[in-house]
Design a protein around this ligand. Structure first.
Ligand code: DC
Length: 224
């Protein structure tokens, strides 16, 4: 199986690029952030504070996450049988996901599910620790970044398009806070794998970004 890992901070365009590339190559696109978001949503709904590790861990046996794919390759996320694909995108859930993702038991809870998907399918998996922890043998690892301003701009636009009431300055501050937390946490920090290719896409279109990754795949004999 071909495994491609795409890591990087929030708003770097990982999901847009990974989804487009997966569709083109007929690979399975796995958005691992969605799994952390589903756990964040679950604890919020149950009135559990995301930084109370013990209380979050006590909820884990109740949490059942399943991914499925719509006909056009869109990833759908089911939490205990309910389609939460939209609910997990609420801006408030971003911080919940980031906070629960610091808990080692939460990470190991999701690890096997992520590895299983990569064992059974050609995948493009996006996250924070895919190249470093989840798929250390991925044939291609990319660490995608863009300036904080470019990322906040994209994210503000995306949330406004979804009808959420947000403003650029708040999103920029939240992005900086969340990335700092993701980058400096003790377990599986969001840092590039030693063998990752760094890609700054501040000035790239989605098409250019997809083409850049395809070129790397070709170089490595992963594409004809
Ligand atoms: O990619 P995203 O914004 O949907 O991710 C939400 C949070 O989940 C992010 O702040 C960090 C965490 N996360 C993680 O720790 N490891 C991953 N592989 C993916 C996401």
């Amino acid at each position: 199986m071909i495994n491609i890992a795409i890591d990087g901070p929030s708003g770097a365009g990982k999901s847009t690029v990974a989804r487009a590339l997966a569709k083109k190559l007929r690979f399975v696109y796995v958005d691992t952030g969605a799994m952390y978001r589903a756990i964040g949503l679950f604890v919020r709904r149950h009135g559990v504070s995301p930084d109370d590790a013990e209380a979050v861990c006590a909820q884990l046996p109740e949490i059942e996450i399943r991914l499925s794919y719509s006909e056009d390759g869109e990833q759908l996320v089911f939490l205990c049988g309910e389609d939460v694909s939209r609910a997990i995108r609420e801006n408030e859930i971003s911080m919940y996901a980031s906070v629960v993702s610091r808990i080692p038991e939460v990470r190991s809870f999701l690890l096997q599910m992520q590895r299983d998907l990569a064992e059974k399918n050609n995948v493009i998996m996006d996250g924070r620790d895919i190249g470093t922890v989840i798929l250390p043998h991925a044939q291609l690892k990319i660490f995608m970044t863009a300036s904080a301003e470019a990322r906040a701009r994209r994210r503000t636009r995306e949330l406004l398009e979804k009808g959420q009431d947000v403003d650029y300055e708040t999103i920029l501050a939240e992005i900086n806070e969340r990335d700092e937390a993701d980058r400096t946490r003790a377990v599986a920090p969001a840092v590039p794998a030693q063998d990752a290719v760094l890609m700054d896409n501040s000035a790239m279109s989605v098409e250019e970004n997809v083409a850049a990754i395809e070129a790397l795949m070709r170089d490595r004999g992963l594409l004809l």
